[in-house]
Design a protein around this ligand. Sequence first.
Ligand SMILES: [Zn+2]
Length: 89
Amino acid sequence: MRGYITIPESIECRTCKHCGSRPVISLAGKDEYVLKCPVDDNHCQTQGGMIDIEDWNMQNIPLAEPEPEAANMVACYDSKLNYTFFLPV
Ligand SMILES: [Zn+2]
């Protein structure tokens, strides 16, 4: 039997960084599960074994996720790579 288990909304996990889908749990072998993108196996999947949402989340850090509190901050750095952050007025 080939099927996927969807992850309940109550469980917080990232969406696929390629297409934004919520991952599904798929049986990968005897007692082995992978978390994977339902759209494309090549997008992302965790290693077989335990259901590892942590691993999925690590792999699917969005490429350009703005830091919520720093969204309007501007970062500058000088020749010595000292960073300065400031809020544009
Ligand atoms: Zn995907």
